[in-house]
Ligand binder design. Structure first.
Ligand code: HEM
Length: 60
């Protein structure tokens, strides 16, 4: 299960958002244009937030 694979790492809400921002930048870099890019990010937002396993940290 993908969430379990992430349990060894502290994933905060901010880190989930950072992951999504990196993915969006990567999609842009390889030429995935709107509206497809937003659609892909929207579909990945669910799992990214599902993997959150740690409260917000002031270090993020
Ligand atoms: C939809 C969102 C995400 C997807 C599809 C995804 C996918 C994956 C996959 C396929 C792996 C490899 C798992 C394995 O080895 O069995 C992985 C590992 C990992 N993910 Fe994610 N991930 C997501 C979100 C995140 C987020 C939000 C974080 C934290 C910021 C994160 C941090 C990591 C780390 C630290 C690893 C381990 C890397 C390593 O083995 O060196 N992931 N992820």
């Amino acid at each position: 299960m993908m969430r379990a694979r992430h349990m060894a790492f502290p994933v905060t809400p901010e880190r989930a958002e950072a992951w999504l921002a990196c993915m969006s930048a990567a999609l842009e870099e390889i030429g995935v244009d709107e509206p497809l890019r937003s659609f892909v990010i929207q579909r990945l937002s669910g799992p990214a937030h599902h993997f959150v396993n740690t409260e917000s940290s002031t270090n993020d």
